[in-house]
Design a protein around this ligand. Structure first.
Ligand code: PLP
Length: 450
């Protein structure tokens, strides 16, 4: 079992120790002092790469590991399983490209980004059969700014955008950023799989003030990889009701074996495609979110023009270098990490089946999130009453904190993901297997006693 140090002491501690000591003090599992030796242990861009050795990110101003402990007494928080970034050391080609660039000591304005657009066209063409043209692509410093621009373009202030829930909590902040309202269309669980509720959607889309729908494909947090027919039906319903589809595809590369990602813009109905704008990045694929690099595109130049009027983003020099390196040389690294994360999902599914009989599980098809149902534990704890007594925002926030105090594990509260998030938590599974096992052992130890 790992013993992490609290945020305040951690900072002064970090100042005084070397990398090896830091990793030894903070990492989970046996191999935690290996950051230094594992640094770029695999120079070959074809791997094999080591994802089993725990790579400590503590003390790097990292939102996944350094954010939550600020809200708990020192020593309580141990495992950051919330924010959607990977814990693995990045692909060696990215570090190499950055090192080469920083050998030149000047970071003035960039002159052009054509090569980055070419990388986007190539990666999406080769991996997803997409037929993109650089003129259809607009670079951005995140999916957030692109979607906010699109909401401003298509939804008049205080009118509404539909989200199918549970959905990425950021959609609510994007809507706030664009001064528009959201409408939840709750999904249904049919035969253990989340599905769109088309009857509910039809009612919501018919409303006169609903102008756009944000689609999440693959869906964060439920892990759905939407099938072509589901997307077509959704797209046609939106088109019939004059509702524009904003397709957030940031998780598009993280697809489990046996599933296939369908880009919305590749659907076999041109009218449906022309009624959409897609948003994507490889920031989830390679854990490059801090490099601030994303893009959006549409097959319909009129829609693209409308979004562009509300969008202005400057991307950073190092972000371009890192992203191009990932596109050009990172494929083998990603294929291996994706297979590793697929095995993490299977490990979690089996662990829950065998050791956590009260926890509900829906099988993931993609993403490195899993959405777990703890409603039985929450009911046994009377989380609703406890939340009121302790002034917690929702019963799920009470339960999140209960877990931190009982186990040291921090998950995201299900209520942040809209209607349908009740009783749930979101777990990030992009960690070394020993961390996943320590986390689940701690959870089982606490939850099975309730
Ligand atoms: C579905 C989804 N969209 C957008 C984002 C954020 O994208 P960005 O960091 O590019 O703004 C996330 C991050 O977790 C996400 O899961």
């Amino acid at each position: 079992m790992a013993h992490f140090i609290g945020s305040q002491s951690r900072r002064s501690f970090i100042k005084n120790v070397g990398v090896t000591a830091l990793a030894g003090a903070t990492g989970a599992g046996a191999a935690t002092n290996a950051n230094a030796q594992s640094a770029h242990n695999a120079r070959s861009y074809n791997g094999p790469f080591d994802f089993d050795t725990v790579y400590s990110r503590v003390g790097t101003n990292c939102s996944r590991w350094d954010g939550p402990p600020q809200n708990y007494p020192d020593g309580v928080f141990k495992y950051g399983m919330g924010v959607a970034s990977m814990d693995f050391e990045c692909a060696p080609c990215i570090t190499d490209a950055l090192q080469e660039r920083i050998a030149h000591h000047n970071y003035g304005y960039l002159t052009g980004t054509e090569t980055l657009k070419d990388c986007i066209v190539k990666w999406n063409g080769e991996r997803k059969g997409e037929d993109l043209h650089p003129d259809q692509i607009v670079l951005s410093d995140g999916v957030y700014p692109g979607v906010i621009a699109a909401l401003r373009a298509f939804v008049p202030a205080n009118e509404r955008v539909v989200v199918t829930t549970p959905c990425y909590s950021g959609f609510y902040s994007m809507a706030r950023g664009a001064s528009v309202q959201t409408v939840d269309s709750p999904m249904k669980i049919v035969n253990g799989r989340y599905t769109f509720d088309f009857d509910d959607l039809e009612t919501r889309l018919r409303a006169a003030d609903v102008r756009a729908l944000i689609l999440c494909n693959p869906q964060n947090p439920t892990g759905n990889v939407w099938k072509r027919d589901e997307l077509l039906q959704l797209g046609r319903l939106c088109l019939e009701n004059n509702v524009i589809v904003l397709s957030d595809e940031i998780h598009c590369d993280v697809i489990r074996a046996g599933h296939k990602f369908t880009p919305f813009a590749s659907l076999p109905d041109q009218a449906v495609v022309n009624n959409s704008v897609s948003f994507s990045a490889i920031s989830k694929t390679f854990s490059l979110a801090g490099m601030k690099n994303a893009f959006y595109y549409s097959k319909n130049p009129k829609l693209l023009d409308r979004v562009n009027r509300y969008h202005r983003a400057e991307i950073s020099t190092l972000g371009v270098v890192a992203t191009e390196a990932a596109y050009n040389h990172g494929g083998p690294w990603f294929d291996q990490v994706n297979a590793y994360m697929d095995e993490n999902h299977t490990f979690i599914e089996n662990y829950i089946k065998n050791n956590l009989p009260t926890v509900g599980y829906t099988r993931n098809e993609g993403t490195y999130m899993t959405f777990l149902d703890f409603s039985k534990t929450m009911a046994a704890l009377d989380a609703e009453k406890q939340a009121k007594e302790q002034n917690a925002r929702t019963p799920e926030h009470f339960f999140r904190d209960w877990l931190v105090f009982e186990t040291g594990v921090y998950f995201n509260a299900g209520s942040d993901y809209g209607t349908g998030g009740e009783g749930r938590v979101r777990m990030n599974i992009a960690s070394s297997r020993s961390v996943i096992k320590d986390v689940l052992d701690s959870i089982a130890n606490a939850v099975n006693r309730v």
